[in-house]
Design a protein around this ligand. Structure first.
Ligand SMILES: *Cc1c(COP(=O)(O)O)cnc(C)c1O
Length: 222
């Protein structure tokens, strides 16, 4: 089995444009499998739970050059821990949590890389800003000077067909360009974090710079 993970990584890496960052979503994946992915060249791992990430990071301390990405729902009481454990937070989903992270980042002396999570369509199962809400919050987000806001993250609602998913990704790219054109001092739109196992090719076509792949690398989660 071990060769199949590295095989899949090599194949998928080769299918992606060189500029697209392949982030291995390792939630519910053992550190043994993560080591195999590491050996196959993966240096970006994403987790969605703080506690799980903390114990895995302790087990993988001998692998010093991993970049850790948080992609889960971030609660206010876990924000400090998230800043201690992660280089990137893709799932900043409200002004309130952004401001909390900004305050804590200042206290900790860190400047985390973050993406703003948006919903192009209403989706009760997902958190994030609706487009109009995000546009209204930009001025306040621009004041979060300890955050390095790098771009947008999105997850399409379940059950859409390929055209509908592509449309979501294209809208997200358009929104990033619109925000970029407003030339905020502390909001950069360098990255689009979009695309999971089932839809990453569509995301890449719509300009994704980071794809977050779990199942297609590691197999089904239990
Ligand atoms: C679980 C998860 C992924 C990976 O999903 P797969 O379909 O297994 O590739 C990507 N992004 C987020 C936010 C996730 O929660």
């Amino acid at each position: 089995m071990s060769s199949s993970i590295s095989q899949r990584i090599v194949t998928i890496r080769a299918s992606l444009p060189a500029s697209v960052r392949l982030i291995a979503v390792s939630k519910q994946v053992t550190t043994e499998l993560m080591r195999e992915a590491y050996t196959a060249g993966i240096r970006d791992f994403a987790e969605s739970r703080i506690q799980e990430a903390a114990s895995k990071q302790a087990e993988l301390q001998d692998l010093p050059d991993i970049t850790w990405h948080f992609i889960g729902n971030l609660q206010s009481n876990k924000a400090k821990k998230a800043l201690e454990l992660f280089d990137w937070i893709h799932s900043v989903d409200s002004l309130q949590i952004a401001q909390r992270l900004d305050t804590l980042a200042s206290q900790l002396g860190v400047t985390p890389l973050v993406c703003l999570q948006v919903k192009i369509l209403p989706d009760p199962n997902k958190s994030g800003w609706m487009v109009s809400e995000l546009l209204a919050d930009l001025e306040a987000l621009n004041q979060c000077k300890n955050l390095q806001i790098q771009g947008l993250m999105t997850i399409p609602p379940f059950g859409l067909d390929h055209d509908e998913i592509s449309s979501i990704f294209n809208h997200t790219q358009k929104l990033a360009k619109e925000i970029e054109s407003q030339q905020w001092l502390h909001i950069k739109m360098l990255h689009l974090s979009m695309g999971m196992s089932g839809d990453y090719q569509l995301a890449v076509r719509a300009g994704a710079t980071m794809v977050r792949l779990g199942t297609i690398l590691f197999g089904n989660r239990s």
